[in-house]
Design a protein around this ligand. Structure first.
Ligand SMILES: [Cu+2]
Length: 544
């Protein structure tokens, strides 16, 4: 597996991974290194195989999973997590870790307020944990990182996880997390686990992915991610583009090794014992191939009509700034109708639209004025070379279009004000020392499952002030929030609506406001740069 970064001179400008390497070589202080405020946080892996030309492979649509039972007011699904291989690059077989044998995993379609139970069976060689990102989920099903589902033949205790007679599959069974961290509240099961999602929440594009302690980043990279859409009658009635004109787009970068497998700079490629990545990639792992729904730079044959694009950035660390450009150089409007947690109050028109890891944007793009046979490319202004392209649409045919974009999209967005807040909290998201090496810290501390960082009361409104050194997309479990300000200024246009992930830019202070509503229990907030998350950048939120 080839895991080298680009040449060192280039790595310097690629963010803190490079910056730390430079510090080691020259003795520069961290603050001096960070003063450059890198435009990219992460280092790029180069594929060791020839890459296909863009816009040749058809855009795949993940299959919609059929429930095994729909009785008693609940939809029941079963998903087997297993190894599989797929032809991602033409002519190459790529081994993956999958939900149901595909990457992305199958999409779950559900209705607001109708509970869904998913029985996950772990046939992978390592423990797993499933988190439904954006779900308003009771803590027992929220996929806490130590609530492991062990594979059939996984030893009850790892050699380093001595000792204690602790029977597995008992709700009170504790788990020793490596490096001496102990989590007395972990609920470990063997082989299967039922996750129950009430879905009592606004309609939105959610996604499910692995969330295992210390190994989330490589597990997602290997393929453990899928979509989950929540709908309701009010949204159905808006008249937005639907059916074949509603396209979920899961964007993720990857790199490929010479044998066709995914390249990833893991210290322990088996992902069994030692977490972490090689030093050059401490700031995040970027790939040089852009996949949409698992296909490299795909193309979609479109009607000359409006389309609803439901975009998820499922990349570990890569940020995008999207634009839709015709072959004669015109930029199409990206009309944003929704954010992470569903519809905006009113549409917001963008020409350029940033999207950080784990964020979702719900967009309308209008192809109706375009010539048949012409092409629209979706580009990433933050990319360079091959990573500038994302995908393309080829306008294939004229078509009637009964869709509309209502001026009012929703009227149920929360209107929390600062004066509603029971308290204000401050959190820094910064690099620091952890376990004798490099880590990523919240409030100066690395994650410890046994420590409660924030305790709040169910129903309390709080303002959180989040400060960053480099890019940190910060994700809060359970509760959606609104963005109040960025470094003392009003939020950006794409901060509108209800969010569950906010992109902190280098040196920025972002204020958010939320109400801790839904369920009591232990939840998380963390950076969704998946490498940062695995290297300490998570914290516990206890709702009492
Ligand atoms: Cu981060």
């Amino acid at each position: 597996m080839r895991v080298e970064g680009r040449d060192p001179s280039r790595r310097r400008i690629l963010g803190i991974g490079g910056a730390l390497g430079l510090m080691a070589a020259t003795g520069l202080s961290a603050s001096a290194a960070l003063a450059r405020r890198p435009s990219v946080t992460g280092a790029e892996l180069r594929s060791a195989v020839p890459l296909p030309p863009p816009f040749q492979v058809p855009l795949p649509m993940p299959a919609v999973l059929q429930p095994v039972r729909t009785s008693g007011g609940t939809d029941r699904y079963e998903i087997t997590q297993r190894e599989a291989s797929a032809e991602i690059l033409p002519g190459l077989k790529t081994p993956l870790w999958t939900y149901e044998g595909t990457f992305p995993g199958p999409t779950i379609e559900s209705r607001r307020g109708r509970p869904v139970t998913v029985t996950h069976r772990n046939d992978l060689p390592v423990p797993t944990v499933v988190h439904l990102h954006g779900g308003r989920t009771p803590a027992a099903s929220d996929g806490y990182p130590t609530d492991l589902v062990l594979p059939e033949h996984w030893p009850e205790q790892q050699p380093e996880q001595q000792p204690a007679e602790r029977p597995m599959e008992r709700p009170d069974a504790a788990v020793h997390v490596r490096h001496g961290m102990h989590d007395p509240r972990a609920v470990v099961t063997r082989r299967t686990r039922d996750y129950t999602f009430p879905l009592d929440q606004r309609p939105a594009l959610l996604w499910y992915h692995d969330h295992r302690m210390d190994f989330t980043a490589p597990a997602i990279w290997r393929g453990l991610a899928g979509l989950h859409i929540v709908r309701d009658a009010a949204e159905d009635d808006l008249g937005l583009p639907a059916g074949p004109r509603e396209l979920p787009l899961m964007i993720a970068d990857r790199a490929f090794a010479a044998d066709g497998g995914l390249a990833y700079p893991a210290l322990d490629p088996t992902l069994r014992e030692r977490p972490g990545v090689h030093e050059a990639y401490l700031a995040g792992v970027l790939g040089d191939v852009i996949l949409v729904n698992g296909a490299p730079w795909p193309v979609h044959e479109a009607d000359a009509a409006r389309y609803r694009l439901r975009v998820l950035n499922a990349s570990n660390a890569r940020h995008y700034e999207l634009e839709a450009v015709t072959d004669d150089g015109r930029r199409l409007d990206l009309v944003q109708i929704g954010a992470d947690q569903g519809l905006l109050a009113a549409p917001v028109t963008h020409r350029l639209l940033p999207i950080a890891p784990a964020e979702r944007h719900d967009l309308i793009v209008d192809f109706s004025g375009l010539a048949i046979g012409s092409r629209v490319r979706l580009l990433n202004r933050l990319g360079s070379g091959r990573t500038r392209d994302v995908m393309a649409f080829r306008i294939a045919r004229r078509a009637t279009d009964g869709s509309r974009i209502p001026r009012t999209l929703s009227t149920d967005l929360p209107t929390w004000r600062r004066t509603d807040a029971a308290r204000v909290r401050d959190f820094s998201f910064r690099t620091g020392r952890m376990r004798g090496g490099h880590g990523w810290l919240i409030g100066g501390r690395p994650f410890d499952p046994a420590r409660t960082d924030v305790t709040t009361r169910l129903g309390d409104v709080e303002v959180w002030r989040l400060v960053a050194d480099v890019h940190h997309p910060v994700h809060l479990h359970l509760a959606g929030f609104r963005v109040l300000s960025r470094s003392g200024r009003p939020p950006l246009a794409h901060d509108a609506g209800l969010k569950d992930t906010v992109s902190l830019r280098p040196g920025e202070a972002v204020e958010i406001i939320t109400r801790f509503d839904g369920y009591r229990g232990r939840y998380l907030f963390h950076c969704h740069n998946a490498e940062h998350e695995d290297m300490g950048m998570m914290a516990n939120l206890e709702i009492i």
